[in-house]
Design a protein around this ligand. Structure first.
Ligand code: GLU
Length: 297
């Protein structure tokens, strides 16, 4: 088999926590075991929340972990043109539309529908209601006026049209073992179900891409063969497989690893400061303590 290429792809919009440490270390172990490469990609498309200071601190945390990367650091903020090209392709095959509804308008509309019909409106795996479509909420005049007045909008994937364009069932290969053990398992096929996401956002007026679009474009551009990331992104893989298929990209093998949970049993977040690597270091945790805490000792 050709060279295996892994990536660690954090967003510098907060501090790295124990979960990121686990993810980065599992990627490094797997890349080493395969004699492959590990690339670092900073997912900084949100230029208001990602700052140079957070990026610098993130790089410091990674070097404290002793993790090295093979090849230059990629920054998604430098790759908007590539995402634009992919978006144009999806647009040219009729799969993208502009939606003007704000989050508040969607929420109010869905609440009204649910109380009228007594039935739950579909929600995506992140809990956001599926997009109801502008025409079912706004009068035509209002849609025209938002267009003319350059109101904020989202470019959305027409999920139904996209699913009509793919040639057969979508699957991805999932490896069930982590780190160096990845080399000893045979990945198994998982059926993708992108319809659970509804018409996902591909770009916005002010951010010309989205997480889903840019991650898929960059995994292909960096020729990533293995995506090792947390289980919290398992459902996102369905939409990634769909975009890969529509854009003619190869599918990497996926490994969605265990998550490190906080004392209350919930997933760690970047805003929960006490599990950040910086805070733990300041409180005296050393590398071997960290390895024990994340189950890698
Ligand atoms: N940037 C994403 C995050 O920090 C990870 C993306 C990925 O691994 O696909 O959660």
């Amino acid at each position: 088999m050709s060279e295996r290429i892994f990536r660690f792809a954090p967003s510098p919009n907060g501090h790295l926590h124990l979960g990121h440490a686990l993810s980065a270390l599992l990627n490094r172990q797997a890349a080493d075991r395969f004699g492959g490469r590990l690339l670092l990609r900073l997912e900084d498309i949100d230029q208001t929340r990602c700052t140079p200071d957070l990026e610098r601190e993130m790089l410091e945390d990674l070097s404290w972990l002793g993790i090295t990367f093979d090849g230059p650091v990629w920054r998604q903020s430098e790759r908007f043109a590539a995402y634009g090209t992919a978006l144009d392709r999806l647009q040219s095959i009729g799969l993208v539309y502009r939606g003007y509804l704000t989050r508040a308008e969607i929420k109010a509309h869905v609440a009204r529908l649910e109380s009228e019909t007594g039935r739950a409106w579909p929600r995506d795996p992140d809990g956001a209601p599926h997009y109801p479509g502008d025409a079912s909420v706004l009068p035509p005049d209002e849609i025209n006026s938002r267009w003319t007045n350059a109101a904020p909008f989202a470019l959305r994937l027409d999920m139904k049209a996209a699913l009509d364009q793919i040639s057969g069932p979508l699957v991805w290969m999932e490896a069930s073992a982590e780190g160096a053990d990845l080399a000893n398992t045979r990945p198994a096929p998982i059926a993708a179900d992108p319809s659970i996401w509804g018409d996902v956002v591909l770009a916005r007026k002010d951010t010309p891409t989205s997480y889903h679009l840019s991650v898929v474009v960059d995994d292909a551009a960096q020729q990533i063969t293995d995506v090792v990331r947390g289980r919290d992104l398992y459902a996102a893989t369905s939409v990634h497989r769909l975009l890969q298929d529509l854009l003619g990209y190869p599918a990497p093998v996926y490994c969605h690893h265990r998550l490190i949970l906080g004392p209350d049993g919930t997933k760690l977040s970047k805003s929960a400061g006490d599990t950040s690597l910086r805070a733990l270091r300041a409180a005296g945790m050393n590398l071997s303590g960290l390895m024990r805490r994340i189950g890698l000792a």
